[in-house]
Each structure stands twice: as structure tokens, then as C-alpha cells.
Design a protein around this ligand. Structure first.
Ligand SMILES: O=P(O)(O)OC[C@H]1O[C@H](O)[C@H](O)[C@@H](O)[C@@H]1O
Length: 286
């Protein structure tokens, strides 16, 4: 069965070996396995900490949590009751439909609508849909945000917090040269001078108006991330600071880099009754 329904998760299975496991909690993808281009060996492509909570008691430390409607601590007055990274990553989403199921791939759609708990912290009428598409070497994740208000804008930030399983001390991310970024580790704005960005030291960088296509390379691997409408990208690896993260496994920071396409500098002002779509497409090249 290409789409398997478990009590609290959905498993997608591609005929040529790729698979995805998604928790309904947060619509968080917690596993993406894919063959390499030059071999049929199936590898896990996402990092999830062995200390992550997968029981819905806390956002998952790894995989692809969805950040909405604020990134980091809330900045807008109407977001003031929200926690870090908003509520989408810690609400239970509903499976909506299988969008596609053929030899090219399998695609499923999830939805999140408001509920009394969300309404208590965020009164704006909205609906979210998340479309996950699995192909042999590719995972696409698209977030649709609909403003259900007939009269007021919906202001939000959104981001896909992707933990790529890579050797962090070898990996490079490019092209980010000449971009302006906010270095959260130093609380200041900088210009990126490096052609190849690494995460050998504690890195928490928010690149603004980024090129929407990123090459993530290391000795034995190559992954490309493309984005649509997520104009910014965050590169995060805590290095030894990871010891202060309760649900991070010891040394986990050596096994991933977060490359997070998002709209997080400023926010989307979505007019009444309109829809916005942001997407990332991750392709395994090696
Ligand atoms: O610990 P979390 O709430 O999951 O956030 C994890 C990280 O998310 C983003 O990458 C932010 O830029 C970081 O500042 C933050 O530490």
C-alpha cells in the first residue's frame, strides 16, 4: 500500500524504495528514506534526535517541523500569546486526501483548522494545508495558507525547519555569497563573504532574499533544496551549544544541518479570502 494509515502517523511508500513517515502531530515528517542516484542503497535523509519526543508532548527535535505563524519569539502584537515558532508544529493535523498515487510518486494532503486552543492564542480565521509528495529521489513539501477573513489581512511568518542528516563538520551550503543575514549568535546583521558556508562553529543565520536554490554538499553526498515563495533561508547548527537542548542527543549536532526555507524577515500580509503557498523541494543528487 503506497499510503499506510497508522493511529498517529502516515507512511508513504514509493515503488522504488523511497518512503516517508509523517506524524499527524505537527504534520511533522520524521523520516525520509531515499536511494542515492548512483546506488540503490536506501538511506535516511533526515536527522531526528534519539531523545526527541514522538508522543505529541513536545515539538519533534528533528525531521521537518512546520513553523507558523511566527518564527522564533513572536514579534507582532497579534502574535503576542504565541510560543516560539507558533502552533502548527504542536497541533494535530488531519489527513485530508491522497492527491496522487502513480509510478512517478505519491502525494498526500493534510489540513489544520482553528480550534478552541488555537483560538485562545490566535484569533485570526485561517486554514492550512500541507501537501507532501514523494518521488524516487525527491521530497516536496508545500504549505498553503488561506485567509478566511472577509475583511482583514492575515499577517504571518512560515518556515519549514528541515533537519538534513549530514556530517555537520564536512558540509557546505551555497550559494549564499553577498547576502545580508542576521547572525542570531552575535545579534547583528552581516554580509556573507563566504562562497561555501559551513557550520563548524555555532551557526544561527537568517539570510534575507536568498536565491531559492541551495546546494548542500559533503564528501559522500549532495542534496539540493529549492524553494518557492520562501524568500529567506535559515542555516542552524548549535555545535556544543546543543548540550543545552534537552531533547538533543549527545553529539547530535555533528549529524545534521538545518537548512530552513521560510518567510521570516518581515511577514506575509495575506489579503482577505486569498491563499499563499510556500514550498521546498529536496532532491538527492548523491
Ligand atoms: O528549539 P526550537 O524551538 O525547535 O528552535 C530551534 C532553532 O530554530 C531555528 O533554527 C532558529 O533560528 C534557532 O534560533 C532555534 O534555536
Amino acid at each position: 500500500m503506497p499510503v499506510q494509515h497508522q493511529t498517529d502517523s502516515i507512511i508513504l511508500q514509493h515503488p522504488e524504495g523511497a518512503s516517508v513517515t509523517l506524524l499527524l502531530y505537527g504534520a511533522t515528517i520524521i523520516s525520509w528514506k531515499s536511494p542515492s542516484v548512483d546506488s540503490d542503497e536506501i538511506k535516511e535523509r533526515l536527522f531526528v534526535s534519539s531523545k526527541a519526543f514522538l508522543d505529541g508532548s513536545k515539538p519533534v527535535r528533528g525531521g521537518i517541523p512546520i513553523v507558523f505563524p511566527c518564527f522564533g519569539a513572536p514579534a507582532l502584537p497579534e502574535h503576542s500569546k504565541l510560543g516560539q515558532h507558533g502552533f502548527a508544529r504542536n497541533e494535530i493535523w488531519k489527513f485530508d486526501s491522497t492527491v496522487m498515487d502513480n509510478d512517478a510518486g505519491v502525494s498526500v494532503r493534510f489540513v489544520l483548522e482553528t480550534n478552541p486552543r488555537i483560538f485562545g492564542v490566535f484569533e485570526k480565521p485561517f486554514s492550512l494545508a500541507y501537501v507532501v509528495t514523494l518521488a524516487k529521489h525527491q521530497l516536496s513539501t508545500g504549505l498553503h495558507v488561506r485567509n478566511l477573513s472577509p475583511s482583514a489581512d492575515l499577517d504571518f511568518q512560515a518556515l519549514l525547519h528541515t533537519y538534513l542528516a549530514v556530517p555537520a563538520n564536512e558540509v557546505s551550503i551555497s550559494p549564499l555569497t553577498d547576502l545580508t543575514y542576521y547572525d542570531k549568535t552575535e545579534d547583528r546583521v552581516k554580509k556573507e563573504m563566504r562562497d561555501l558556508v559551513d557550520v563548524k562553529k555555532y551557526t544561527d543565520s537568517v539570510y534575507e532574499n536568498a536565491p531559492l536554490k541551495y546546494d548542500i554538499n559533503w564528501k559522500d553526498g549532495a542534496i539540493e533544496v529549492r524553494a518557492k515563495n520562501f524568500k529567506d533561508v535559515v542555516v542552524w547548527n548549535p555545535q556544543q551549544e546543543g548540550k543545552n537542548i534537552g531533547d538533543m542527543e549527545e553529539g547530535g549536532w555533528e549529524r545534521y544541518v538545518c537548512v530552513e526555507p521560510g518567510y521570516v524577515q518581515g511577514c506575509v500580509h495575506l489579503p482577505p479570502n486569498e491563499e499563499w503557498f510556500g514550498q521546498q523541494v529536496i532532491t538527492v543528487h548523491k
